[in-house]
Design a protein around this ligand. Structure first.
Ligand SMILES: [Fe+2]
Ligand SMILES: [Fe+2]
Length: 169
């Protein structure tokens, strides 16, 4: 299987990777051209400067992995990416939740639960990496991509009007 195609403009492309059998018939490196960096655009903005800046940092961390994968070094850097992501999401989630808590955001509990589940997934990958079972960079990039698209664009953006109305921009 070897497919890649563009999502909507500015969004990461959906990437499927070749299985072993197919891979033998695909010239080395061909699929790597399918990996695109995650480009920030306004559809990711939550209209709150602090959160946008932190989300951009998450993009940067993920792009380090995508970039390494493009040169065939993804599996070498993936455990570092996981560790960095675990640390940074900890900081970001704490600050985002603090803003929501102090403004009595009605959907706080559900939002916190989504954060908690994501951290648990990344922590499990981190434990695997520390135990020497290096996580597959394809799996990790897929997890991160799904989270970026779904969480920031759909869930985080739900709080924009609430925080803006409380004077937080
Ligand atoms: Fe969030
Ligand atoms: Fe967020």
């Amino acid at each position: 299987m070897r497919r890649c195609w563009s999502g909507a403009e500015g969004q990461p492309r959906l990437i499927l990777f070749p299985d072993a059998a197919d891979n033998q018939q695909v010239p080395t490196g061909t699929w790597r051209a399918c990996i695109t960096l995650f480009t920030w655009n306004d559809s990711y903005s939550v209209q709150v400067q602090l959160c946008d800046a932190q989300h951009k940092k998450l993009f940067e961390i993920i792009n380090q992995l995508a970039d390494a994968m493009r040169t065939g070094k993804g599996d070498e850097v993936v455990s570092g990416t996981i560790g960095e992501l675990l640390l940074y999401t900890g900081t970001h989630f704490q600050q985002e939740e603090a803003l929501l808590r102090k403004t009595n955001y009605p959907r706080l509990a559900g939002h916190e639960e989504m954060h908690r589940r994501f951290v648990a997934e990344v922590a499990a990958l981190d434990r695997q990496a520390r135990a020497g079972r290096t996580a597959n960079s394809v799996q990790v990039l897929g997890l991160l991509r799904d989270w970026l698209l779904n969480h920031i664009q759909k869930v985080d953006r739900q709080y924009s009007a609430h925080l803006n109305a409380a004077g937080i921009h």
